[in-house]
Design a protein around this ligand. Structure first.
Ligand SMILES: C[S@@+](CC[C@H](N)C(=O)[O-])C[C@H]1O[C@@H](n2cnc3c(N)ncnc32)[C@H](O)[C@@H]1O
Length: 409
């Protein structure tokens, strides 16, 4: 597969389909590259927004990751810049129009290949979402990105995963047989026709985790007609990271990969105790069968230890994502349970006795030390250790489903 074939697809079908006018209505957020998430899982919560953060979005497409992180950096007052890079002029035009619609001035838009970064960077953080699995040599792609990373920097990666995409690869092969010599628009027409005539036994029809073929033509093309698409298991992802001289610091969201979230039998769980966290994650992937993609933060092996923030001191500040702590606290009885949706399942999150009083004070600015003092004033004698045990249970549950991060004040 040549880079020209890849470019031709994304010139015809910029991905994902986006209308710049929608920027007036909403900001699309996601993972990787949500700024609070990056701070938590790459920089141990130590990002100082007074210092410029340099970001590369490699294979930026129509701009989702670029616009999100550039907007969040602007909102945080970070004077850094975001470099957007893509092969496709059509995709870049959409991303540029989105940036303009928001009045963002901290993005440099470039056309080019992530395989030839000469002169670009170095960067503190690189986003590469849904790109490497489309390259002939994903490892060469990752090595190129790793070579543009500053010391202490990290990469937010998304690659497809095989088991949750059951049916996709059979359909790609079947469509290749009957559409190989056709122009792109005729491929799309034939794919739609085949979807309309599939027998009930077809795995795509039976896969509840895949719906992109029901969206815009760009989504259908990316899912079923891509010229190059190879998925990664957790173990293969770890090997890919190592081939770029990097290591997996974290997988999003942590509870998707946590055995005890999915399997309740203590005897079975005991059998997993000797495994590394990545081996346990690989096991969960095999058992759930629901993972369509992996979102990973990669850092250099020597940086893994300090990459992920921990609730370990009074100067730590908890930050909620898309939640209002005070509002959440109102309806929460002592020892109540919250529910979260993960991979199509509803997960109960049992909370500690003081979850309500703690959450009421989580506003993204107040430190754990100050929250402890305020809660102790109301709840009576409460040692730092007892408070930290309560907070850690709350944090583990909310962080597990991507709703709470930490930063250092
Ligand atoms: C599936 S899209 C993902 C877009 C975006 N990262 C997102 O997640 O919304 C893949 C993008 O990677 C770009 N791309 C593929 N190979 C590339 C390369 N070698 N260098 C730069 N961009 C590339 C394509 O043009 C396309 O826009």
């Amino acid at each position: 597969m040549s880079i020209d074939t890849l470019r031709a697809q994304y010139e015809a079908y910029p991905y994902p389909a986006r209308n710049p006018a929608d920027e007036k209505k909403r900001l699309i957020t996601g993972s990787p590259s949500h700024l609070d998430e990056v701070n938590h899982f790459v920089f141990g919560g130590r990002l100082d927004h007074g210092k410029p953060l340099s970001v590369l979005v490699a294979g930026g497409g129509t701009g989702d990751g670029t616009i999100m992180i550039a907007q969040q950096m602007a909102d945080a007052g970070n004077p850094g810049r975001v470099t957007y890079l893509d092969l496709s002029d059509a995709a870049r035009a959409v991303a540029e129009a989105r940036g303009k619609a928001r009045g963002l001035t901290n993005i440099d838009f470039r056309r080019g290949s992530l395989l030839e970064l000469d002169g670009l960077g170095p960067f503190d953080y690189i986003d590469c979402c849904g790109v490497l699995h489309h390259l002939d040599d994903p490892s060469a792609g990752l090595r190129s990105l790793a070579g543009a990373l500053k010391p202490g920097g990290g990469i937010g990666l998304m690659v497809y995963a095989p088991y949750g995409r059951t049916g996709v690869y059979q359909m790609q092969a079947a469509l290749r047989t009957i559409t190989d010599d056709l122009p792109l628009n005729e491929k799309v027409a034939l794919a739609k026709r085949l979807i309309g005539h599939l027998p009930r036994s077809n795995w795509l029809l039976n896969n509840p985790f895949i719906g992109d073929h029901k969206q815009a033509d760009a989504d259908l093309y990316d899912l079923l007609l891509h010229s190059c698409d190879r998925p990664y298991t957790v173990a293969e992802l770890a090997d890919l990271a190592a081939s770029g001289g990097l290591a997996v610091a974290a997988l999003m969201e942590p509870y998707r990969y946590e055995p005890s979230v999915w399997i309740k039998d203590p005897r079975l769980l005991k059998r997993l105790e000797e495994l590394t966290w990545l081996e346990r994650a690989a096991w969960v992937e095999q058992v759930t069968g629901a993972m369509t993609k992996h979102i990973a933060y990669l850092v250099r092996p020597q940086d893994v230890e300090g990459a992920v923030a921990r609730p370990d001191g009074p100067e730590v500040v908890p930050v909620l994502r898309d939640l209002d702590g005070a509002a959440l606290a109102k309806g929460l009885p002592p020892g109540g349970v919250l529910e979260a949706e993960l991979m199509g399942a509803v997960i109960p999150l049992p909370l500690p006795r003081l979850a309500g009083p703690i959450l009421a004070r989580v506003d993204g600015r107040t430190t754990l030390g100050d929250i402890h003092r305020a809660v102790a004033e109301k709840a009576g004698a409460l040692s730092w250790e007892a408070f930290l045990a309560q907070f850690t249970q709350l944090f583990t549950a909310l962080n597990g489903v991507g709703k709470m991060y930490l930063r250092r004040s």
